[in-house]
Design a protein around this ligand. Structure first.
Ligand SMILES: Cc1cc2nc3c(=O)[nH]c(=O)nc-3n(C[C@H](O)[C@H](O)[C@H](O)COP(=O)(O)OP(=O)(O)OC[C@H]3O[C@@H](n4cnc5c(N)ncnc54)[C@H](O)[C@@H]3O)c2cc1C
Length: 225
């Protein structure tokens, strides 16, 4: 079987993978991105910051596509947190560096957001292969020289590259194939639960798209419209 060669091969097509792949391809390099799922796929984690929307997404060229997607606009955050029970609100526009048209972000559905970024990577020249699960790395002379992956038909492949990016997310164990370990904080031994609710109430305008964070005796929650 012929072994393909690229300048960069990326494992994982979430925001990290599609962003790095796009930015490298936009510099004229040959990039392969391997994603085990077929998009759109579910993912948790949706509350963005202005620097993502007006910085990274602008560099990627998806600002207009995001604006047209109709995601709720987030002007800041509202907290019920601290010594007093009254909620308080911060606005991104409070910062003199963000006042004006870039003082907002979005609350996104990650399945849609991640697909926008992945399809944009394809348009930027990245070779995107979905349904391709990375199984491990190819080791060269004291460095990683490529990846081994299985395609959706069960076919096994090897691809070599000058640089390999692991953007396979927090559930992946790809790092362990290069001797990596993950150290969890002893201090933050916490448990997170999440769920989705229909017809949830919103804060009054203009803060209806804000994230709401509330502390209570045994923990805290945040609520994302
Ligand atoms: C409960 C919860 C709430 C969160 N809320 C927020 C929030 O509000 N705002 C925020 O910014 N962040 C939030 N996060 C964090 C956010 O989800 C992550 O930071 C983000 O998804 C990381 O992006 P990523 O591209 O690194 O990885 P991922 O989004 O996990 O993408 C990794 C990709 O790699 C693919 N993959 C995995 N293994 C392989 C393999 N072997 N071969 C090929 N592909 C593979 C996966 O299918 C996936 O598509 C939250 C996280 C949790 C758990």
């Amino acid at each position: 079987m012929p072994v393909e060669e690229f300048d960069v091969v990326v494992a994982g097509g979430g925001p990290a993978g599609s962003t790095v792949a796009s930015l490298v391809a936009m510099q004229g390099h040959r990039v392969l991105l391997l994603e085990k799922e077929v998009f759109p796929r579910y993912q948790i984690g949706e509350s963005l910051l202005p620097s993502t929307v007006h910085g990274v997404c602008r560099m990627l060229g998806v600002t207009e596509e995001l604006a047209e997607a109709g995601f709720p606009t987030k002007r800041g955050g509202t907290f019920r947190w601290g010594a007093r029970p009254e909620p308080w609100t911060f606005s991104f526009a409070v910062s003199s560096r963000m006042t004006g048209p870039t003082s907002f972000a979005y609350q996104v559905e990650r399945a849609r957001f991640d697909e926008i970024l992945l399809r944009n990577a394809q348009r930027k020249g990245v070779e995107v292969r979905e349904g391709c699960s990375v199984a491990g790395v190819i080791e060269g002379d004291e460095r990683v020289a490529g990846l081994r992956y299985t395609d959706s038909d069960g076919g096994e492949h090897e691809v070599r590259a000058r640089f390999v990016v692991d953007a396979s997310g927090n559930k992946s164990r790809l790092y362990s194939s290069v001797g990596g370990t993950r150290n969890y904080s002893e201090f933050f031994r916490s448990l997170a639960l999440f769920g989705y609710f229909e017809n949830g109430k919103r804060l009054p305008a203009p803060n209806s798209g804000n994230i709401l964070s509330v502390a209570f005796d045994s923990g805290w929650f945040w609520y994302i419209p």
